[in-house]
Design a binder for this molecule. Structure first.
Ligand code: NAI
Ligand code: NA
Length: 396
């Protein structure tokens, strides 16, 4: 059948298997084109099927010939209904890894649960012995707490007052004002429970308890800071509290890994179109202006370029990992350049429905959004029939 994007609100209900596969091939080609990275050889990626986690898995495998285990939560296809995009990404990733002679297995299920953690530990024990890099790249709206059973929901709200600013509906291009009500009782705690560092620490504790972390093992989780424009809803909002918690957890994990000389880092990454970020009000307008400026300046990157640079110029550059005054790796350095932020801020005040297509990169935003679902991928002929019933090698 011919698969087309089917939208409901900000969600795309379909995904294109061959498009996802082509996107994986493009990412692999990019990583190979940048040359070998002297990095970790046995890698666990939690949140491995889309976005930064997927780019991390691809970079480990095809930059450093690493064996990878990927954990994710994706929907398999059923007859007549496509899988979720991360399913197709992971199927294609495994196929390419296996063709290249690389170990790659996947675990599909709730990474917050004890069961999926145990399944992962058992697989590492059986197949790899130990891992030397753990990437933590979950983005989820909910977490069922493994001890209490409570279902926590994260929210994207300002703290202390209503936040009003511009936003864009990137499908229609309509720019409008949006007001977001402040967090209420429980919102901060719940958001920290979902997107803070507790689960990351639980993973590392569990791995360490079973001696599955190699001496000198590294773990990295991803964070975001962004500009003052989005501060009220992002970094100083409920999600920012979760990121504060995540960043603080890195120090606790590093302390807990002293005896094996292990280290936990948070890497602050660039704002990019992913399923998670397209749902945050105000961010899509910021991203469309940011893309325009960064492309003009020749410093635009997608997830694969970000992570390839994180590995080659930060984590595995052969010298001490450079960090900021809060101990964080900064790969958002180009986004946050003063000249770039000044230009974005100037465009922000001008942006309207009428001029956004011209002064912003709405086209680029939309293309990236469709790309997440395997549509509009460079190098694929979409007139051919698709087969949605794709299997993931290791999950058969
Ligand atoms: P994403 O939505 O593309 O990826 C999320 C991953 O988590 C997927 O592999 C998904 O299957 C997995 N996942 C979600 N819930 C799960 C569960 N219960 N069990 C197992 N797997 C689950 O997200 P993205 O954007 O790559 O985000 C990853 C991290 O990067 C997040 O911490 C995010 O805050 C951070 N980040 C994102 C930025 C952006 O602009 N998108 C910028 C900087 C940091
Ligand atoms: Na991810």
């Amino acid at each position: 059948m011919i698969i087309e994007p089917r939208m409901r609100g900000f969600i795309c209900l379909t995904a294109h298997p061959e498009g996802a596969a082509q996107s994986i091939k493009n990412q692999i080609e990019y990583v190979k084109s940048k040359g070998a990275i002297d990095g970790a050889k046995k890698v666990l990626v939690i949140g491995a099927s889309t976005g930064f986690g997927l780019a991390s898995r691809v970079t480990s495998a095809f930059g450093s010939n690493a064996a990878t285990i990927g954990v994710f939560f994706e929907k398999p296809p059923v007859e007549g209904k496509t899988a979720s995009p991360g399913w197709y990404n992971s199927a294609a990733f495994e196929e390419e890894a296996h063709k290249a002679g690389l170990y790659a297995k996947s675990i599909n299920g709730d990474a917050f649960s004890k069961e999926i953690k145990q399944q992962t530990l058992d697989l590492i024990k059986a197949d790899l012995g130990q891992v030397d890099l753990v990437i933590y790249s979950l983005a989820s709206p909910v977490r069922q707490h493994p001890e209490t059973g409570v279902l926590h929901r994260s929210v994207l709200k300002p703290i202390g007052g209503v936040f009003t600013n511009k936003t864009v509906d990137f499908h229609t291009g309509k720019v409008s004002d949006i007001s977001i009500q402040p967090a209420v009782e429980g919102d901060i705690e719940n958001t920290v429970a979902v997107m803070g560092g507790e689960d990351w620490a639980m993973w590392i504790d569990a791995l360490k308890a079973e001696n599955l972390l190699a001496p000198g093992a590294t773990t990295v989780a991803y964070s975001y800071i962004g500009p003052s424009l989005t501060e009220a809803v992002y970094r100083k909002g409920t999600i920012g509290r979760a990121k504060d918690h995540l960043e603080a957890t890195a120090f606790e994990i590093t302390d807990s890994l002293k005896d094996i000389d292990g280290k936990a880092y948070v890497s602050v990454n660039k704002a990019l179109v992913t399923q998670a970020s397209s749902a945050i009000p105000v961010i899509p307008l910021y991203i469309s202006l940011l893309y325009k400026i960064m492309k003009e300046e020749g410093v635009h990157e997608g997830t694969i370029e970000q992570i390839q640079r994180l590995y080659s110029e930060r984590l595995y550059a052969g010298s001490e990992v450079p960090v900021d005054d809060k101990g964080r790796i900064r790969i958002d350095d180009w986004e946050m350049r003063d000249d770039i932020q000044e230009k974005v801020a100037a465009l922000w005040t001008q942006a309207t429905t009428e001029n956004l297509a011209e002064i912003g990169d709405l086209e680029g935003y939309r293309k990236d959004f469709y790309n997440l679902f395997g549509f509009d991928i460079q190098g694929l002929d979409y007139n051919k029939d698709s087969n949605e019933m794709v299997k993931i090698d290791s999950l058969d």
